[in-house]
Design a protein around this ligand. Structure first.
Ligand SMILES: O=C(O)CCC(=O)C(=O)O
Ligand SMILES: [Fe+2]
Length: 343
């Protein structure tokens, strides 16, 4: 597809003011039919060709001091250094050169124009925290990762932007390419707005899920089938400011737990307490994603010593946070259970 044709197709996508309003208010939005059908099908075809040629690599992730292998998850970093030539890239070349940069520009336009219609608070300025702009960096193109989960792959609860520099991610956009997905196939992405109901989203073909990278806790459930997606991470210009990464006494002057909940729900600071509030969920999903499926019994678990080490690291981090903020953490844990029980 020539770039100009792609541009007009992409411009016709439903990136609307309504979508950005939902994103601003709820920190996520689901957009179906995000990509034109013929383009999505070409992407899927070309992703499979790249996989067959061996260009995908095993996904690893960092936990505490360890680099952990995530079984059944393979990825190809399209925006990093690559040995791929244009013909091998196929339609993915268009994603890199056109779709990604265009997406950032379009989202930035919508983000800016929403200023006139909503009371907007920019990151780090204090205030009500009801609406926070994405403040995208339109100079830097998004990082783009293509991902294939062969049956069994999952992701533990995490934020895409961990507190502290150099992470500048502001907006995550995951686009799914699974024309045959049906109930029972698994692989749903689950978003968990702070102390609210979980949102379980099937990875449907041409569906995009957009969310704030620094304040949307999420995970991926194990997939029973092959599952394909790509993610665009757009940088922001005001990420991880002091007020986003470190809790100070001044910030903790709440007159009620409701006020405290509203404060954390709208701020990246929730990352500091999230592991303690969701302790069981973090650990359970971490151990679940390290299990190798489809291999011989007794050989499908990580070594016991490695598991013990992970549990220890997790518990010490939970204890560190809880020791400083025990009444708040305990109240938030009770509120979490109440929401889960009511769903
Ligand atoms: O596969 C997905 O749906 C999302 C993956 C994810 O959360 C990530 O790569 O950070
Ligand atoms: Fe993620």
């Amino acid at each position: 597809m020539p770039a100009n044709e792609l541009a007009s197709n992409f411009d016709h996508l439903s990136l609307t003011t309504d979508a950005i309003a939902k994103l601003h208010n709820e920190y996520h939005v689901i957009i179906d039919e995000f990509l034109p059908s013929d383009f999505a099908n070409r992407l899927l075809h070309d992703a499979e060709a790249l996989y067959t040629k061996g260009y995908f690599t095993q996904h690893y992730f960092q936990f505490g001091g360890s680099l952990l292998k995530k079984p059944n998850v393979y990825e190809l970093d399209l925006s990093g250094p690559t040995t791929l030539n244009d013909s091998e890239m196929g339609a993915w070349g268009d994603v890199l050169s056109d779709v990604g940069p265009m997406f950032v520009r379009k989202m930035d336009d919508l983000d800016r124009s929403s200023v006139t219609t909503t009371a907007v608070e920019t990151a780090g300025e204090g205030g009500t925290g009801q609406v926070r702009r994405l403040s995208l960096d339109i100079i830097s193109p998004p990082a783009i990762k293509l991902q294939i989960n062969s049956g069994g792959g999952s992701f533990p609860w995490h934020y895409d932007n961990q507190p502290g520099p150099p992470n500048k991610r502001s907006l995550t956009c995951v686009v799914y390419l699974n024309p045959k997905w049906s109930d029972g196939d698994g692989g749903e992405i689950v978003l968990w707005p702070f102390l609210d109901k979980q949102i379980i989203i099937p990875p449907l073909h041409r569906r995009a899920v957009l969310f704030y990278s620094d304040c949307m806790l999420h995970r991926v459930l194990p997939s029973n089938e092959r599952r394909v997606c790509f993610t665009m991470w757009c940088n922001g210009t005001h990420m991880n400011t002091k007020n986003d990464v470190a809790l100070s006494k001044d910030q903790l002057q709440f007159t009620s737990y409701d006020e405290a909940q509203a404060f954390f729900a709208s701020r990246p600071l929730q990352r500091v307490i999230s592991r303690a509030v969701h302790s069981e969920e973090y650990l359970g999903s971490l151990l679940e994603c390290l299990v190798v499926t489809g291999e011989k019994k007794n050989n499908n678990q990580i070594p016991k010593e490695e598991e013990d080490q992970l549990v220890k690291q997790h518990e010490s981090s939970v204890m560190g946070i809880t020791a400083k903020l025990r009444p708040l953490i305990e109240e938030f844990r009770r509120r979490k259970v109440r929401v889960v029980c009511n769903t």
